[in-house]
Design a protein around this ligand. Structure first.
Ligand SMILES: [Cu+2]
Length: 237
């Protein structure tokens, strides 16, 4: 038979695990991004001028402007808290990495926080020239021969920056520089979760490189999970 002290100890442990489970702040927004209509057919990429890359793709890859998954899900959508959360006091300490591999940018869309370290890796046997077409931030343009070590950069203002390679015209990415670390990128399931949101009113923005931007307002009370779904209209071209 447990003693009074035994019961008290159990209660303390239960309370501690409840706090740990809820995290410091509690609520979350979760949902799915889908499209309606017929998305543009992606075009196969001809890499024959760059054999070291072409041979990495036994099946030719296609453009990635619109990447979809089963059940009309839309991938590469950046979903983030665009209003309601305080700005970050400092950038996350870990770096975000973009890798040039098989003459593709991995990942295709690269979200990061203002002033967070961005590491650029060339894993190919050929030179790339990465060129973020920044308008608000400082624009730069760097050649990276094969075998050279990664280099680091950062952007000090929020901006959606199209990225191209000056050597391989089919290579495209977007650097999504945000004021917040509360973001997610959709994968094959189209799903996203933005966790640890303190109670409050938020604007959630979903951005897609071809279909643009949508926003929805959501109010979080306590530690509840609110469902927010986005449906984009596919452009038929
Ligand atoms: Cu390149």
């Amino acid at each position: 038979m447990p003693t009074k002290i035994g019961y008290a100890a159990v209660l303390v442990v239960l309370a501690a695990s409840a706090i740990a489970f809820a995290g410091p702040s509690g609520g979350s927004v979760t949902g799915k991004v889908t499209y309606e209509g017929t998305p543009a057919k992606q075009k196969p990429i001809d890499m024959s001028k760059e054999p070291s890359c072409a041979q990495q793709h036994p099946t030719p890859i296609t453009t990635e402007t619109v990447v979809v998954g089963p059940g009309n899900t839309l991938q590469n959508v950046v979903v983030y808290i665009s209003a309601g959360a305080p700005d970050e006091s400092s950038a996350p300490p870990q770096a975000v990495t973009i890798t040039q591999k098989g003459c593709q940018y991995l990942p295709h869309v690269v979200p990061m926080v203002v002033n967070q370290e961005l590491k650029v890796v060339n894993a190919d046997q050929t030179s790339h020239n990465i060129h973020p077409l920044a308008k608000i931030n400082h624009e730069w343009n760097k050649s990276q021969p094969p075998g050279t070590p990664p280099f680091s950069e950062k952007f000090d203002k929020p901006e959606f920056i199209p990225v191209k390679c000056n050597v391989h015209p089919w290579m495209h990415s977007t650097f999504v520089v945000l004021k917040t670390s509360r973001f997610a990128v959709t994968g094959e399931t189209g799903g996203f979760t933005l966790p640890n949101l303190p109670p409050g009113k938020y604007t959630v923005t979903a951005w897609h490189e071809s279909y643009g931007e949508q926003t929805q307002d959501v109010t979080i009370a306590g530690s509840e999970t609110k469902s927010v779904n986005f449906v984009f209209k596919a452009k038929p071209y």
